[in-house]
Design a binder for this molecule. Structure first.
Ligand code: FAD
Length: 399
């Protein structure tokens, strides 16, 4: 008999909660990753995120090889893959970390039912966040929809824990199943290398984060977002580190959890405005304007620089994301959902909860959002945050 640990948004061996518990079970653990064709089918063949996942899995596999184990990689519809895995192996239990997106919740419920029908146990754990689901609520038990009181409660709860436990998986590595599964190339998965790459994160450059984070010409943010998205870094390690380093940076990590709990508690935000009164807005939705916005040819330097940075690198600085999002909704009067979908296609750090939350914030239709009458002035933003025009000249050489 074996246990299976299923990697999803937690592509690391260290400080991984479900992996830790799997390795403590009595059976050897087969580590598994499934390339889910329901997700892959909609992506271009050179999608950089698939390349990053493949690269991260390769690193894990290399580590596993040193102890005589390897990753089992499958490709297909998750339910079909699980049906055949349950036939192929005598699986006593399946371990995975929770994912709070509506698609993932539905998928995991289906796999749980399938496992149960085969007398296999399924165990899921909190790993992706410090506080999940309904752990931070108002006194009446309802979820927070305003950030500041949410953050205060989050910090209060965090302080009551003293320090977060990190999970030492390494001591249990001998419990990995010994095997030699073939590791497929990216081409065998049906994808090819992209020119765009996820860059490593950098925690040394956030020393003056609270003063410099709004200036897109300065490299002073962490570039953690794709790593948090795919779990190549542990949130517990980060928070334990950030707590004694930089409060403003910690607040950003709390924004991430705020939007995750909003998505979990109000999944309708995926296709509706959080404030339903705004569902009736008659957007102008001019296709030509949208094309200019996408290609960075609106004639507004900060908007164009941001969109070109996004198109060329899969990343855009947060200040500029706010400017381009406000511009789309409030200058061009285009539905935020068009912008959200374009970001989803391009961003290496694309995350449903953060993208929806921030887009609705910018459009003024979300929870705790900028009011509809507050419009970012792209010229003033430029004068304030790129005074010398360094950022715009980098992305618009003809400027
Ligand atoms: P840092 O400034 O170093 O922040 C550290 C981490 O805190 C980030 O990696 C991220 O996990 C979290 N964080 C920071 N700001 C926010 C925020 N406003 N909301 C939620 N989490 C935050 N972030 C995503 O991860 N995925 C998205 O799809 C996404 N879409 C966005 C869309 C719009 C319109 C806007 C305005 C913002 C969006 N953001 C999104 C938030 C933010 O812009 C990025 O997280 C940040 O720019 C990533 O760079 P960094 O890792 O260097 O950030």
């Amino acid at each position: 008999e074996v246990s299976i640990f299923w990697f999803r948004r937690d592509l690391r061996l260290d400080d991984n909660v479900a992996l830790y518990h799997a390795l403590q079970s009595e059976n050897p653990v087969i580590p598994l990753f499934i390339f889910d064709t329901d997700i892959l089918e909609s992506l271009p063949k050179n999608d950089a995120r698939v390349g990053f996942i493949h690269e991260s899995l390769q690193k894990i596999n290399t580590q596993l090889n040193t102890i005589g184990s390897s990753l089992l990689i499958k490709k297909g519809k998750t339910s079909t893959v699980w049906e055949s895995l349950l036939q192929e192996f005598a699986i006593s239990a399946v371990y995975f970390n929770k994912d709070y997106e509506p698609y993932a919740i539905k998928r995991d419920l289906a796999i749980d039912a399938l496992a149960k029908a085969n007398h296999t146990l399924c165990f899921s754990f909190k790993d992706q966040v410090i506080f999940e689901e309904n752990e931070i609520t108002k006194a009446d038990g309802l979820p927070y929809t305003i950030y500041t009181p949410y953050k205060n409660k989050w910090l209060e709860k965090y302080k009551s824990i003293a320090s977060l436990v990190e999970y030492d998986t390494q001591s249990y590595f001998s419990n990995f199943h010994k095997n030699h599964f073939d590791f497929p190339s990216l081409q065998q998965i049906g994808f090819e290398e992209s020119d765009i790459k996820v860059q490593p994160y950098n925690l040394t450059q956030i020393a003056n984060y609270h003063e410099t984070r709004d200036f897109p010409a300065i490299d002073s943010t962490s570039y953690l977002s794709p790593h948090l998205r795919f779990g190549t870094v542990s949130i517990r390690k980060l928070v334990n580190w950030a707590v004694c380093k930089n409060d403003v940076f910690l607040s950003e990590l709390i924004w991430r959890e705020f939007f995750m709990q909003i998505l979990f508690n109000f999944p309708r935000v995926v296709s509706h405005n959080f404030k339903s009164a705004y569902d009736g807005i008659q957007w102008r939705n001019n296709e030509e304007d949208f094309k200019r916005w996408c290609t960075g040819t609106t004639g507004y330097p900060m908007v164009d620089a941001g969109m070109r940075q996004l198109n060329q690198t899969g990343y855009m600085h947060n200040r500029v994301r706010m400017v381009v999002a406000s511009f789309l909704c409030k200058h061009l009067l285009i539905n935020w959902q068009w912008g959200e979908a374009y970001f989803a296609e391009k961003l290496l750090d694309y995350d449903l909860s953060a993208n929806i939350g921030n887009w609705q914030w910018a459009a003024g239709t979300g929870c705790d959002a900028a009011p509809y009458f507050r419009v970012f002035n792209p010229d003033i933003q430029l004068k304030k945050f790129d005074t010398k025009g360094i950022y715009i000249r980098k992305w618009i050489p003809e400027f």
